[in-house]
Design a protein around this ligand. Structure first.
Ligand code: PHE
Length: 502
């Protein structure tokens, strides 16, 4: 049955699956969050910490999520129901989290498309003006969503796998090309490398540990349904252990390369222009859309070429992530409601597009300092990002581990994993112990400290933070309610409903 399904419409090869999952994992998180967090938290010391988190927490959670999908060969709701009917709502959460993320991620994706298209005309010094320009933002968001839509519409085998097999190697080649060029810039390069990587253990605090864990989850797309969904499209021939290792390595290498591309070029620019690098914005959206265009464009025409290659690479990273996000909700709608893939994906993309419009406006207002359109003191992007990544994502990842480690129980989980080709050999007991005790406790720590930091930033009470937390848990409550009202007793479909349709 599994084999039949993969032939009909799931991933057809191990490498196709790995590249698609790596496509989901590699995204803006690698390119603009990892490098800065590393520089800020002790360079190579943080990299060690991060790799440890990926190895001991991320990889185990990833295997768990893939396994949940693979054993069910179905969407997350059916998959969690298959473990226990009482926890089917975790599946709804796993669908809701990436869908909410998609609303703001698409706006950023739209920016990346526009920055690629504009590389030769010049992007420097007009970020705020573009972000606040209204229609162009909406247009580029639509364009970006359309790229993802075309791929998801064509299905897992004919769209996602095919696209990933072309796009992921292309991304890697582009990134390596940019890194090589940047490392040859000369002046300032070694300072950039020092800033990024020189280990400084004195900067590693409890906060760095939390940052490393949170970053590992976000970057590996854990707690967001995507690994469950992609896992569900794999058959017996795919080695989950090897695939997980490859995805984790690829994701980490891309994050490191991103740092090697970004900091040396920024420091080169700073040295030439005589600006202290600290005066440049080195983080997140501002790094990507304000500082880097200035840096590249200061190099002249070759700089424009590098800018183009760099942003094309960012578009690929973002689009392959959004593809995986869109597949999560599409799969559920297709399977639960028997709607065709084309209709389901088109409707989802249309809804996401409409919802992304106010997000685009809100970011524009923020960047132009008007203070309009905020929710609990944040622009819409930061609000949605906090609701999902700080509050809901850890809950979802934690429950995936609990579902396997506690509800299925270690004996059954290990035996079933073995049936699915995951053999831990002598390490079975260690893995089971990690899965039951270590990983859930650490994820719970991320959740608790994340929430405390929202409600009591710097130790004093913050009403807006409390508001955000309440909204997030309110969404969770609504999902639980919706599950017991609509999905608990009814069939919620499996992959066979789409893939084995006559
Ligand atoms: N992992 C992606 C990144 O690093 C983001 C992502 C979020 C992907 C949600 C899929 C789902 O940017």
């Amino acid at each position: 049955m599994q084999q039949e399904q993969t032939k009909k419409g799931g991933f057809t090869s191990g490498i196709g699956f790995v590249l698609a999952a790596a496509g989901s994992a590699v995204g803006l998180g690698n390119l603009w969050a990892f490098p800065f967090k590393t520089a800020e938290n002790g360079g190579a010391a943080f990299v060690f910490l991060y790799v440890a988190c990926v190895l001991f927490i991320g990889a185990i959670t990833m295997i768990c999520e893939m396994f949940i999908g693979k054993r069910a060969q179905a969407n997350p709701v059916t998959a969690f129901k298959g473990i226990s009917k009482k926890i089917g709502w975790v599946g709804l959460l796993a669908i809701a989290v990436p869908t909410i993320i998609c609303i703001y991620y698409s706006v950023l994706g739209g920016y990346t498309v526009r920055f690629t298209a504009n590389s030769f005309a010049g992007n420097a010094n007009n970020f705020a003006a573009f972000a606040g320009s209204g229609w162009p933002v909406i247009l580029f968001t639509a364009l970006f969503l359309a790229f993802a839509l075309v791929v998801v519409m064509a299905g897992v085998k004919g769209g996602i796998e095919k696209a990933s097999k072309v796009l992921m190697p292309a991304l890697f080649v582009l990134l390596v090309a940019v890194v090589i060029f940047v490392l040859c810039l000369g002046e300032g390069v070694s300072d950039g490398l020092k800033f990024f990587l020189v280990p400084d253990f004195s900067k590693v605090t409890f906060g760095s540990v939390l940052a490393a864990m949170g970053q590992a989850f976000y970057s590996l797309s854990l707690g967001m349904g995507t690994m469950i969904v992609y896992g569900s499209y794999t058959g017996k021939e795919i080695n989950m252990l090897k695939s997980t290792a490859m995805i984790c390595i690829f994701d980490t290498v891309v994050a490191l390369l991103a740092g090697l591309a970004i900091f040396p070029s920024v420091f080169h620019f700073a040295a030439k222009a005589g600006i202290p690098p600290d005066n440049l914005k080195l983080e997140g959206m501002m790094l990507m859309f304000e500082t880097l265009p200035k840096v590249f464009e200061s190099i002249g025409f070759i700089g424009n070429i590098i800018e183009f290659l760099f942003f094309a690479m960012v578009v690929i990273a973002a689009v392959t992530s959004v593809i995986s996000i869109m597949e999560v909700s599409s799969q559920f709608i297709i399977q639960k409601y028997g709607i065709s893939r084309k209709k389901a994906t088109a409707c989802i993309a249309a809804i996401l597009f409409v919802l992304s419009i106010p997000v685009g406006y809100s970011i524009g207002f923020k960047l132009n300092g008007t203070g309009k359109m905020t929710v609990f003191g944040l622009d819409w992007l930061s609000f949605l990002d906090t609701v999902t990544n700080t509050v809901l994502m850890p809950v979802c990842a934690l429950l995936a581990c609990v579902a396997v480690g506690w509800i299925m129980g270690p004996k059954r989980a290990l035996a079933e994993m073995e049936e699915h080709g995951v053999r831990f050999h002598r390490f079975g007991k260690v893995v089971a112990f990690m899965l039951r005790f270590v990983v859930p406790v650490l994820i719970a720590v991320i959740e608790v400290f994340g929430v405390i930091d929202l409600v009591f930033p710097m130790g004093s009470f913050n009403l807006n933070g409390l508001g955000i937390v309440l909204v997030a848990y309110g969404i969770l409550g609504i999902l639980i309610g919706a599950y017991f009202l609509f999905y608990h007793k009814t069939e919620t479909g499996t992959n066979a409903d789409e893939l084995l349709k006559p």
